[in-house]
Write a protein that binds this ligand. Structure first.
Ligand SMILES: Nc1nc2c(c(=O)[nH]1)N(C=O)[C@@H](CNc1ccc(C(=O)N[C@@H](CCC(=O)O)C(=O)O)cc1)CN2
Ligand SMILES: Nc1ncnc2c1ncn2[C@@H]1O[C@H](COP(=O)(O)OP(=O)(O)OP(=O)(O)O)[C@@H](O)[C@H]1O
Length: 210
């Protein structure tokens, strides 16, 4: 784990984003495949998560921890998978993953679902929200891409549904700068460390079952 400075300075956040993104660009295809398998195997091993409810996830692009194997495995198991649609202004809409043909390249290098959009409030139906992050700290502070999308989106989440951020092992850090609008995540998943519940995070069945 790498320590970073505290404070709530947007410029400091921007500097940190640059460092984490540069390290992501340096990861090879083999590591990406390994991370994708670990993410799938870990979350498919969580009984309540793989049991056919609704899970909101992101569809990974570039150097993000790979969620494509997870999304396919959940869908094949009969779980309803909601994926984000980026709206101008930074709000997220949600539509279902229904196999590879239900996706299309979108702006900003994203791949998005093309089906019916259920609106930002659809996140309330999710039993878990798997969030992208550039880094997460021990108390659940999450560093995102900087558009505030997930800070807005997580306001719609149900109080008992955990937000789980996926990061590489060295992106789970001691401390990140937090601003008042930042929404903490409940748990982090790293390929090497599995799932850890953070801060005051919620976890179905109790924290000890993660
Ligand atoms: N796979 C994935 N899907 C996701 C997200 C994510 O982080 N990962 N999002 C998480 O919020 C939302 C999209 N968020 C976005 C946030 C900022 C920019 C943006 O302004 N991009 C700039 C360049 C900066 C960059 O590449 O980061 C641009 O394209 O001009 C685009 C999308 C929803 N879908
Ligand atoms: N709930 C909100 N309503 C309106 N604006 C918000 C909200 N949350 C965050 N913002 C705005 O979004 C901008 C980016 O926030 P921040 O740097 O925390 O993004 P992030 O959490 O890193 O990115 P993301 O959530 O997109 O992954 C800030 O300027 C902030 O003012």
């Amino acid at each position: 784990m790498t320590g970073t400075s505290g404070g709530g300075d947007p410029a400091e956040k921007e500097r940190l984003r640059g460092g984490f993104l540069a390290r992501r660009r340096a990861r090879g295809a083999e590591e990406r495949a390994r991370v994708g398998s670990a993410v799938r195997d870990t979350l498919m091993g969580v009984p309540w998560l793989a049991m056919g409810g609704t899970v909101a996830c992101y569809y990974s692009v570039g150097g993000e921890p790979d969620t494509r194997k997870l999304v396919t495995a959940l869908w094949k198991r009969g779980t309803y998978v909601l994926l984000p649609v980026f709206l101008p202004g930074g709000e997220l809409d949600w539509a279902a993953f229904d196999g590879p043909d239900s996706l299309a390249p979108a702006g900003h290098g994203l791949v998005e679902p093309t089906g019916h959009r259920y609106g930002p409030g659809a996140l309330a139906r999710a039993d878990a929200v798997v969030c992208p992050a550039l880094a997460v700290d021990r108390s659940g502070v999450r560093l995102g891409r900087g558009a505030g999308c997930y800070d807005r989106a997580l306001a719609h989440k149900g109080p008992h549904s955990p937000a789980i951020a996926l990061v590489h092992d060295d992106e789970f850090v001691e401390s990140l700068p937090a601003e008042p609008h930042d929404r903490p995540v409940d748990a982090v998943l790293t390929p090497g460390g599995g799932v850890r519940v953070l801060g005051d995070g919620v976890w179905p069945g109790g924290r000890g079952t993660a």
